[in-house]
Design a protein around this ligand. Structure first.
Ligand code: FMN
Length: 175
């Protein structure tokens, strides 16, 4: 998922894993991220569904320009969202596990047929490894990304390969 938040008119988007167990919905946020600060400040987030691997990389390793957002029913959403859901919460500072997330409103914009694809899954795994590398600077994450990049090269389409290229570019000299 891509979580959109805003504070003082400043939009933000980040790849985030919303956790659903039964009817309970929660999220675990790294402190120091814009998403964490925005959720603490506003008690609100929008979870957007997208299957575009490029957006996963863009929002995990950088920012989106303001024209990539769209206001729907008063909420800041991702323009290319396939569906979105607004959640409210009562966050406490110093607590990175934010629960419960209470569903307020949402919308299914479009549904698409999809097949499981190792290329797309690879980009998601590589993006997670890249955010962990950025936080911890452990060489093993780079090895993992190199291994996944070979899979994406074999199994992914042009969009997945471009997303991996962007990921590597964002890692800069570290890669
Ligand atoms: C698939 C995926 C899932 C992620 N899940 C989370 C998560 O659950 N919580 C979190 O804090 N960061 C998560 N991240 C890392 C954030 O996307 C990353 O820290 C990002 O830079 C935060 O951006 P922000 O500072 O704009 O909020 C995830 C990244 C990826 C690629």
């Amino acid at each position: 998922m891509v979580v959109t938040t805003e504070r003082d008119g400043e939009p933000n988007a980040a790849s985030i894993g919303i956790i659903k167990s039964g009817f309970d919905v929660k999220v675990r946020l790294f402190s120091g991220t814009h998403t964490y600060e925005n959720v603490l400040a506003t008690g609100q987030l929008v979870a957007n569904i997208t299957h575009d691997p490029m957006v996963v990389v863009e929002t995990a390793l950088g920012d989106l320009s303001p024209n990539r957002f769209q206001r729907r029913h008063g909420q800041l959403t991702l323009k290319e969202a396939e569906s979105w859901a607004e959640f409210r919460c009562d966050p406490f500072r110093l607590d990175i596990l934010i629960e419960p997330l209470e569903f307020v409103q949402g919308e299914v914009i479009r549904r698409e047929f999809r097949a499981i694809n190792r290329g797309v899954s690879g980009v998601v795994e590589a993006a997670i490894a890249a955010t962990r590398f950025n936080a911890l600077k452990q060489e093993s994450y780079l090895d993992e990304i190199r291994r996944i990049r070979r899979i994406v090269g074999r199994c992914g389409g042009p969009r997945e390969i471009a997303a991996m290229d962007l990921l590597v570019e964002r890692l800069g000299d570290f890669y």
